[in-house]
Design a protein around this ligand. Structure first.
Ligand code: NAD
Length: 453
């Protein structure tokens, strides 16, 4: 690991530049000054964002952040210039469509402002090198999260990083260390932390309203794309798509469209499959309700997870594992309908929440009003806004890095248990399996040169 050089923090950088300007100092000032100096309206208040990855979720994030008047999107980065081939047939995405969204937004909504001309690039390092960027939104496939998040922290940028935090458990810990060392804010994209319904369910559990918690059932959605035929053949790389940069640290393999845009989530070289994709929400809620969000289970066991026997998709086709916590609570994670994300079962009732709403027993739990002595789990109602608030206050966001890492860890543990088809003992303090070398070897993955963290 390269030694980290502590950067000048954003706020310090701003202060230095401001004092240099007022004192008339003649040292070399970068040509790209922070927006807090350049913009005339509410300058010191505005957070300048750069977006890395502008595909399916990247554009959702982009539109979500654009709505805030104290945010200025100045740069986008994507290795895909522009194409179809994302989640749905109608999505036409990549860096140029994203650049267009930003430019049209500002010319329509702020016609008289100085905000003009979104910068677009292929290499995320160009974006990180810009001193005018305060924070980055990382929405690339999971195999890139750690390299980019650590580089962003090293560059002194605050970070909104999509879930799952990392591709492996070791990478997640390295991100936590970098965020702490460089003292930047990181919000994980596990946005259920800003959903009032999800929070209420967890608060009921944490305050003993279903009695003693016994069991949690976390649901992950089924695979929603069909794998290409087993005898798939390599395809020519489309014009405008930098495939080598898309692969980055992952092993080199011939191009096929079903490997890349959106479908990366069905291949274990780039993702943990639906275990980590959905689990970063549903298992995150389990960790929250169980008050184990800064630790993890002590045992994990395969209950019949299934994987493709060969072909281009390698992620689980059926997720089913069990984890046991030191407090005796059991977590079952399985593939199921997306209606429910998490169900908590206690010895006096149950509560469940998900995309189809909230239900509980006894039914009057729905109307519980918490008192001053009850445990409350925050107040965020918009995950993007919460991040911007934390960037400004230098406070802790709703889904901070350690919590994002610990939630993703449980998902990775499940995948490892399902792949090895056995019961494993886990030490959450040292983040190592107990007496199991094959499992410990799966805590990290090698990187293809020249990529490293
Ligand atoms: N919070 C949520 O609910 C939510 C929902 C969907 C996806 N996600 C997460 O967002 C991430 C991306 O998922 P997606 O569905 O948007 O994938 P996607 O394939 O639609 O988009 C990813 C984009 O990143 C680009 N990219 C890949 N490597 C890059 C690199 N080195 N530099 C710059 N750009 C690069 C791709 O070209 C693509 O346009 C994943 O981690 C996923 O888990 C989160």
């Amino acid at each position: 690991m390269k030694p980290f050089n502590r950067p000048v923090s954003n706020l310090t950088r701003r202060r230095i530049l401001k004092s240099a300007l007022t004192a008339g100092t003649t040292f070399l000032i970068p040509t790209l000054l922070p927006s807090s100096i350049m913009c005339s309206s509410a300058p010191s208040n505005r957070i300048v964002l750069g977006f890395i990855g502008t595909g399916n979720q990247g554009v959702n994030n982009l539109k979500g952040f654009l709505q805030f008047s104290d945010v200025h999107v100045r740069a986008v980065c994507d290795v895909n210039r522009a194409s179809y081939g994302y989640k749905t047939a109608s999505q036409y995405l990549g860096r140029e469509p994203a650049q267009q969204i930003v430019d049209e937004f500002y010319s329509k909504n702020h016609p008289n402002s100085s905000i003009r001309g979104c910068y677009a690039c292929v290499d995320y390092r160009e974006l990180l090198a810009r001193p005018d960027i305060d924070a980055v939104v990382i929405t690339v496939p999971d195999h890139w999260h750690a390299i980019m998040a650590i580089a962003a922290a090293r560059a002194g940028k605050d970070i909104y990083c999509e879930k799952p935090l990392a591709l492996t458990i070791d990478e997640g810990r390295r991100i936590v260390e970098a965020v702490r060392l460089f003292n930047v804010v990181l919000q994980t994209g596990s946005h259920e932390r800003s959903n009032q319904q999800s929070r209420f369910a967890c608060e009921l559990v944490r305050n003993g309203r279903i009695g003693r918690l016994r069991r949690m059932i976390a649901i992950v959605g089924p695979n929603n794309k069909t794998a290409p035929a087993h005898d798939w053949t390599p395809q020519p790389v489309p014009d405008g798509f930098d495939y080598d940069r898309w692969l980055g640290p992952a092993p080199y393999v011939p191009y096929h469209p079903d490997r890349c845009l959106y479908n990366f989530r069905f291949n274990l070289d780039y993702s943990g499959g639906q275990t980590t994709n959905y689990g970063a929400h549903s298992i995150d809620l389990a960790q929250w309700g169980n008050d184990t969000e800064r630790t993890g289970p002590v045992e994990v066991e395969d209950l019949g997870g299934e994987f493709p026997s060969d072909g281009l998709f390698t992620a689980p086709t059926r997720v089913h594992f069990r984890a046991l916590y030191a407090n005796g609570v059991e977590l079952i994670c399985k593939t199921g309908p997306e209606d429910v994300q998490i169900r908590f079962e206690g010895d006096r009732g149950w509560v469940q929440t998900g995309y189809r709403g909230f239900s509980c027993w006894p039914e009057n739990l729905q109307t519980v009003i918490f008192g001053p002595n009850d445990i409350r789990l925050g107040s965020s109602v918009n995950h993007y806004r919460d991040f911007i608030g934390a960037v400004k206050s230098r406070g802790t966001p709703a889904a901070p890095v350690e919590i994002g890492h610990r939630s993703a860890t449980v998902c990775h543990l499940g995948n490892i248990a399902m792949l090895l088809k056995r019961k494993l003992r886990w030490d959450p303090n040292h983040e190592r399996f107990i007496d199991n070398d094959p499992a410990n070897r799966m805590l990290s993955k090698p990187y293809r040169a020249p990529w490293h963290i």
